[in-house]
Design a protein around this ligand. Structure first.
Ligand code: NAP
Length: 170
């Protein structure tokens, strides 16, 4: 199972919050996310980000497998809920998927990265700056360094540039 981490960053390297109605995700980045969802046929999402998707009203995702990761919530009608990254991947594999898309938020991405479960990264870089915020980290505890391979880059329009990397699993 190939896992792709998809995360919009700010120009100064934060994991973009997109947390308020005044500062929604850039449309070009969100369209790219929808394209990736369509290509993978699924996405894995942290409980908090999933709740923010639900708050947006009608789902724009169509008929795809959505897997929510949560320890506190056990059941969401019509949605698969699991308690760990491994369980999410096992579920999608069992359903015949060959690629899993990680859609956020920060906690979810960092859990997959820390456990060495990411094969590729898609980073749309939005033309915004933020103050103190979220970060995508190899681990939360200590300094760590890893070379990764740039596969390609693409302008998505609206000043958003998407970087695509491969990460070797150890
Ligand atoms: N820049 C982007 O591309 C992008 C994309 C999506 C979201 N966001 C932003 O990200 C922010 C939300 O991120 P967040 O880090 O606060 O929340 P999150 O990752 O969406 O959700 C965190 C929750 O997911 C569950 N979870 C995460 N890792 C887990 C693990 N290893 N095992 C079991 N459960 C796990 C836990 O749920 P329980 O507490 O229920 O146990 C945890 O509290 C928002 O501001 C949103 O707008 C940005």
């Amino acid at each position: 199972m190939k896992t792709i981490l998809w995360a919009t960053l700010t120009a100064n390297g934060n994991y973009a919050r997109n947390a308020s109605p005044e500062h929604p995700p850039k449309q070009e980045a969100f369209s790219d996310f929808l394209d990736q969802v369509k290509a993978a046929g699924n996405f894995i999402v942290g409980r908090r980000t999933f709740e923010s998707f639900q708050a947006g009203g009608e789902s724009p995702f169509g008929d795809v497998d959505i897997v929510v990761i949560s320890k506190s919530v056990k059941d969401i009608p019509g949605i698969k809920v699991v308690a760990s990254p491994q369980a999410a991947l096992a579920y999608l594999q069992e359903k015949g998927h060959t690629t899993a898309l990680l859609s956020g938020g920060a906690d979810l991405h960092n859990a997959f990265l820390q456990q060495g479960l990411v094969d590729e990264i898609l980073f749309p870089i939005a033309p915004v700056l933020e103050g103190k915020g979220y970060n995508i980290l190899l681990n939360q505890d200590h300094y760590q360094y890893k070379d990764i391979q740039l596969l390609d880059f693409k302008s998505l329009g609206g000043g958003v540039v998407r970087l695509h990397y491969a990460i070797g699993r150890e």
